[in-house]
Design a protein around this ligand. Structure first.
Ligand code: NAP
Length: 437
């Protein structure tokens, strides 16, 4: 009886910084889960303040006593024990989180921009003040990947993490692949359906995926990796023809984030990639996300689901909140902090190794292929396949696939090749993924 009463009285007060797409999903889930919380986590999480810039915008949905546009009101309220940062951007989010941690408040954030650049600093602060700082929603939205890597897979040496971690670009590439759309048409459709922003640069150029990859690589390899360490290349140059040729060769083209542990260091890169059609990632369609990783003990594992959206992202945020509420009751907050206990060097893109697909137009005359082979050979680039495609007058389109080679050697050969008189046009260069055996 007394126990029931104690449980009913256990309320953990939460402030939401932001009530946009993610904030409103978090708010809705917390309301829906309220009655189950005492059984699930032994207390109730209650929203005590909602910080926004423009209170009037939210007056129809949020009780006036909860709404504030003053950060100090949240910070100085000692009854608020957990702060959920779902505003986005670097500042003032970084400052607010630092100030909240210094006051002993626990943090949940969905902010990949912030965690990919200042995550290590903020996790150090959390450790200093014995607080939890959880950020499951910052990578792949509703798909659990951070907690699995930090906890369930801790008994592994992870050698590779790669994923489709941007729903907008996956939607565009799916439309190009399945409906033969060209890039501009598919982008316009993504914008009309609300999958792409009016300014799609961060998604289309791979920056959003690069931020998520930096966070995943840090956790997977226990080494600080920031967004600036990640090579990024977007999908805007991919054409419907590249996708058609990829299909003919047994590949799909996906924007992959690839983080690899090699003997010389860590590779972190985001770029369009030709991936074999029988690889599980090639089957990920539309705006879905998936992360595929390899651990020495577990072998291959894949996580799949919705990488964005109000309720899917809210699901990850609320999971973190409930975890913190449980930790608070067992007096074990700050249990799982920064996991970067080593400094593995990060490789330059020029030193990474992969295979390449090249599509180019060549003068159709004797000696052209021999000249190309000569340039490739002198840069240690070996050709695994060469196919002649369309022929028009005295020009032939050829597709070449190389064996694995260092990026620098490949690019050096292409610099020479692109200036050769018999080369009319280098139309595409796309990296090709194949599993190492
Ligand atoms: N959207 C997704 O599906 C998704 C998925 C994963 C992660 N995330 C991350 O989640 C975060 C939030 O994204 P979102 O899509 O929910 O953003 P959003 O829809 O633009 O909402 C942002 C909210 O934060 C408030 N806000 C922004 N700056 C503020 C400031 N300086 N002071 C007070 N309030 C401020 C805004 O209030 P006003 O309206 O008054 O300006 C608004 O309520 C971002 O870090 C994003 O990267 C989003």
């Amino acid at each position: 009886m007394q126990e029931d009463q104690d449980m009913a009285e256990c309320i953990k007060k939460v402030a939401l910084l932001g009530m946009g797409t993610v904030g409103s999903g978090v708010y809705e889930i917390l309301q829906k889960q309220r009655d189950h919380m005492p059984d699930k986590i032994g207390c109730v999480l209650e929203v005590a303040k909602v910080l926004v810039r423009n209170k009037a915008k939210y007056a129809d949905r949020i009780a006036p006593e909860l709404l504030t546009d003053q950060w100090q009101e949240v910070l100085s309220d000692d009854s608020i024990e957990i702060v959920v940062e779902v505003m986005g951007g670097i500042e003032p989010a970084r400052t607010y989180i630092k100030e909240a941690l210094a006051k002993g408040k626990h943090i949940v954030t969905a902010n990949k921009d912030l965690m990919a650049t200042h995550g290590h600093e903020l996790l150090e602060d959390a450790k200093k003040y014995g607080c939890d700082l959880l950020f499951e929603a910052a990578v792949a939205g509703g798909v659990p990947i951070i907690r699995p890597m930090k906890q369930c897979l801790l008994g592994n040496d992870i050698t590779e993490v790669m994923g489709i971690i941007n729903g907008t670009t996956n939607f565009i590439l799916t439309k190009m692949s399945e409906e033969g759309m060209d890039f501009d048409e598919a982008l316009k459709l993504a914008q009309d359906l609300g999958y792409a922003e009016a300014d799609p640069t961060a998604d289309v150029e791979g920056h959003d995926a690069g931020r998520k990859l930096a966070i995943m690589a840090s956790i997977a390899f226990h080494t600080p990796v920031i967004f600036q360490d990640v090579y990024t290349e977007g999908i805007s140059k991919i054409t419907a023809k590249d996708i058609r040729y990829a299909h003919e060769l047994g590949y799909e083209i996906k924007l992959l984030g690839i983080a690899k542990r090699t003997t010389e260091g860590i590779e972190v890169r985001v770029h369009p990639t030709m991936i074999p059609s029988d690889h599980p990632l090639s089957a990920i369609k539309d705006s879905f996300n998936a992360v595929f990783l390899h651990g020495d003990a577990v072998d291959d594992v894949m996580f799949y689901g919705r990488g964005a959206g109000s309720l899917p992202t809210g699901s990850a945020v609320v999971g973190d909140l409930m975890d913190i509420a449980r930790n608070m009751q067992y007096h074990c907050t700050g249990r799982i902090g920064c996991s970067c206990f080593q400094q593995v060097p990060i490789k330059q893109m020029a030193d990474t190794k992969t295979s390449y697909f090249i599509r180019m137009k060549l003068e159709d005359r004797a000696g052209t292929l021999a000249a190309l082979a000569g340039v490739f050979g002198s840069n240690n680039v070996s050709i695994s396949m060469l196919v002649q495609k369309a022929k028009e007058d005295d020009t032939a389109e050829v597709v070449i696939v190389t064996y694995d080679v260092a990026e620098k050697q490949f690019m050096d050969s292409m610099t020479v090749i692109s200036t050769m008189s018999m080369v009319k046009k280098v139309s595409s260069i796309i990296r090709v993924y194949h599993k190492e055996v």
